[in-house]
Design a protein around this ligand. Structure first.
Ligand code: LAN
Length: 738
């Protein structure tokens, strides 16, 4: 790839990763505006062309740019094999080349289609130009993923939705496409035949209102005053799931200020392009509750409708003093979140929205605004399908912890000691060592000892990331390949265990970032229309399993430390997991596809618990649960020996078979069967054979269907999974049967 050579991923100590563009001569003497010359335009057009991507076979790109460059930088030809025959060693030998100097494995974390538009719109509203080469490849990415019917889905595997289509439409127009270009005409046709932009779900309405191409009046009240309610009331946003809270925060602030982009010709045109009739004729009150059927996953409840009615009456004359107090609080909170996360913010959605708030409050020259802009690039990722916005500032810790565990389980510590040492350094760096400033005032759980999903500078600890970090640190410590001074010190391992204990809910389960703070009926106030289970942080099988596994490991390493508390936590956790098993023996997985993922986690915790010396009153139930899980898994094995689950499982909450076996699902199923010492080895052999047959000559695996998910309805890429989980399954097989 000729033009890709102008892009390179810079990784920094601690795991920050940013794609840089360095133009060749004479373009390197260009100012951004000079791209608008014959020579410049030709270069950009050819570069865009190189990133054309045919999504008809598989809409999932394979992270080819990073992977190719990582190999080339090490002098390895992309397809080259090292002559290693054994599948496990060969798989690790390939994967080690993708590890960055910082010790983590960078990779594509894109997939959702509502993220980059948030950034493009924030850039437009704040009158901040994204660099031209970035704009060109963001546009290319969007065009690559347009569906045959002219629309875009919620994510790269999804059928067209109003949300996806309106946001790409507006973004592409902002990025310079004309209304009469073919792709735009087809998109507009989709929008008009599906009800027009008044039928875009709430978040879409919000972005359009920021642009000033939708009236704020067409949005149900976002009532900033919710922050002023007594904290004891369940609807206080401090009780919401942190992602809902942190997105609601800037949204409500923008709503309170009625922020709007400066009027412009383009915006006037958009007003006339997006709706079924003239803009002046839109009925904004009716628009508030309109949502296209293509998008509706979580319809407004009766309760929410009533709630909105009451709030909309209040909005006719909001009490000035309350509004002002609420806005001041929101701004202070936005500033706190920015500072606590070094302006990365908890995710891509609030990062872009906070930028707009900070710009509105302090202007373009304020350092806080500038710091925001720098972090935009932490979220952008380049792959063979163009530039996308990642779902987080990366999945650094998560991928590194799994990679290290997989390598260690297969006995790779001698052949790959250097890899594990680097991974250990990253893991030690990533742990949170200081309490977050103002954490109590701004509704944050304690952080010290925790691990985030991405990097230390992001710093929001997560229950299962803390668990995976702790497990990995303990494993590497036991190998004695790292000098004592470079290991995670005892006191921080203990802090991690204590933090995990503090995260356990009364029902025995663990949620994602915090304790479950509100009642389940709060979900009835979920206004998103497109996401399920966003209002509170629910206890999850996966998070609970990871925490149990970590506590079991920790207990072996520190037998005297909080012995009873830890054993009780494990017992209660196991009870929670048992309570989540379905009739057919499976567990629903909330964060990846789907029942094979959930089942893998559940099985891992229960079988490890059974193998420990803890006495369980529920011992027989645990055994039975394992038998049922085995029958479930066996019933889903395909004739070729593999397992394959479709993303549809996540949405429908029923097992949906993929057209083909998938290496990642196969690995989870195999890991589960081996964890529970399933006796019919022939079943396992067949699965392993499938994995081996899918391995490429260089040790890599092909990118198949999408594996990640959130909120039941949105898919997200985990590029590392196609390597890490086959490595893990092959490694477990190697250790067990060699
Ligand atoms: C993530 C990424 C990591 C993921 C695991 C650690 C894998 C999981 O076990 C627990 C949940 C968690 C932390 C998770 C939650 C939802 C996130 C943050 C994401 C899938 C990444 C992007 C997503 C976020 C909500 C996207 C923005 C959309 C909203 C609805 C706010």
């Amino acid at each position: 790839m000729k033009y890709a050579a102008n892009w390179s991923l810079k990784t920094y100590a601690g795991g920050r990763q940013v794609w840089h563009f360095s133009p060749p001569e004479p373009f390197n003497k260009f100012d951004d505006k000079d791209w608008d010359t014959d020579q410049g335009r030709k270069f950009l057009a050819e570069m865009a062309h190189e990133f054309s991507f045919d999504k008809t076979g598989n809409p999932n790109s394979s992270d080819a740019v990073y992977r190719q460059q990582a190999l080339e930088n090490k002098g390895i030809h992309f397809g080259a094999s090292n002559g290693i025959e054994e599948p496990f060693l060969k798989a690790v030998d390939f994967y080690k080349n993708l590890q960055a100097q910082s010790g983590h494995w960078p990779g594509d974390y894109g997939g959702p289609f509502f993220l980059a538009p948030g950034l493009v719109i924030a850039a437009y509203v704040t009158q901040t130009a994204l660099p031209t080469p970035h704009r060109v490849l963001i546009k290319q990415y969007m065009l690559n993923h347009q569906n045959a019917d002219g629309g875009w889905g919620l994510h790269m595997e999804g059928a067209s939705t109003m949300f996806g289509t309106v946001l790409q439409y507006v973004s592409l127009r902002i990025l310079g496409m004309r209304a009469d270009e073919v792709a735009i005409e087809r998109a507009r046709h989709w929008i008009k035949t599906n009800g027009g932009a008044t039928a875009v779900p709430l978040w879409g309405k919000f972005y359009l209102a920021l642009l000033g191409v939708y009236e704020w009046e067409g949005i149900n009240s976002l009532l900033p005053e919710l922050w002023l309610l007594p904290r004891k009331l369940p609807m206080h946003p401090g009780n919401y799931w942190c992602h809902a809270r942190m997105v609601y925060l800037p949204m409500a602030y923008c709503y309170g200020e009625k922020i709007k982009a400066k009027p412009a010709q383009l915006l006037e045109e958009l007003k006339e392009e997006l709706y079924l009739g003239p803009y002046a004729d839109v009925n904004w009150q009716a628009a508030r509750n309109s949502c296209a059927v293509t998008d509706l996953y979580y319809p407004q409840s009766k309760f929410l409708k009533l709630f909105n009615k009451a709030l909309n009456i209040y909005e006719l004359r909001p009490i000035k003093a309350f509004r002002k107090r609420a806005q001041n609080f929101a701004l202070a909170y936005i500033n706190a979140e920015d500072e606590q996360t070094n302006f990365i913010d908890i995710g891509p959605v609030n990062q872009a929205m906070n930028t707009v708030c900070i710009w509105h409050a302090y202007g373009k020259d304020d350092v806080r605004f500038k710091k925001h802009l720098e972090r935009w690039y932490d979220y952008l990722w380049l792959a063979e399908d163009g530039i996308k916005m990642n779902g987080y500032n990366g999945s650094q810790l998560w991928d590194t912890a799994f990679a290290a565990q997989a390598i260690i389980e297969g006995g790779g510590e001698n052949d790959f000691a250097a890899v594990l040492k680097k991974a250990n350094r990253f893991i030690a760096d990533a742990q949170v060592k200081e309490e977050v400033k103002g954490h109590e005032k701004f509704y944050r759980h304690d952080s010290v000892g925790g691990w985030p999903f991405s990097t230390n500078e992001h710093g929001w600890p997560i229950t299962d990331c803390t668990a995976e970090g702790l497990k990995t640190a303990l494993l590497i410590r036991a190998l004695k390949i790292v000098p004592a001074g470079e290991q995670v010190p005892d006191n921080l391992l203990q802090k991690a265990a204590e933090l995990i204990l503090s995260f356990q809910n009364k029902n025995g389960g663990w949620a994602s970032y915090e304790l479950t703070r509100g009642p389940e009926w709060l979900e009835a106030l979920n206004p998103s229309e497109v996401f399920g289970n966003i209002m509170i942080d629910y206890a999850y099988t996966e998070c609970s399993s990871a925490c149990i596994q970590a506590l079991l490991k920790f207990r072996s390493a520190f037998p005297g430390f909080k012995k009873h508390e830890i054993e009780n936590a494990i017992r209660n956790g196991i009870d929670f997991i048992l309570s989540q098993q379905s009739e057919d023996g499976s567990w629903y997985g909330s964060w990846a596809v789907c029942f094979t993922y959930g089942t893998w986690f559940a099985v891992e915790a229960i079988s490890e618990a059974l193998n420990s010396d803890i006495k369980f009153a529920q011992h027989d139930r645990m055994k039975l649960a394992m038998d049922k899980a085995a029958s479930f898994l066996i019933s889903k094995q395909q004739a070729d020996g593999g397992w394959g689950e479709s993303f549809e499982s996540c949405i429908s909450k029923q097992y949906v078979q993929h057209q083909t076996s998938q290496v990642i699902n196969t690995s989870w199923a195999l890991l589960s069967l081996m964890a529970m010492d399933y006796t019919d080895k022939a079943v396992i052999d067949k699965g392993i054979q499938l994995l081996v047959s899918r391995q490429l000559p260089n040790g890599d695996f092909e990118q198949e269907g999408v594996s990640g998910v959130f909120n039941h309805n949105c898919a997200i890429t985990y590029t590392s999974y196609r390597n890490v989980f086959p490595i893990w399954a092959l490694g477990r097989y190697r250790r067990k049967y060699r």
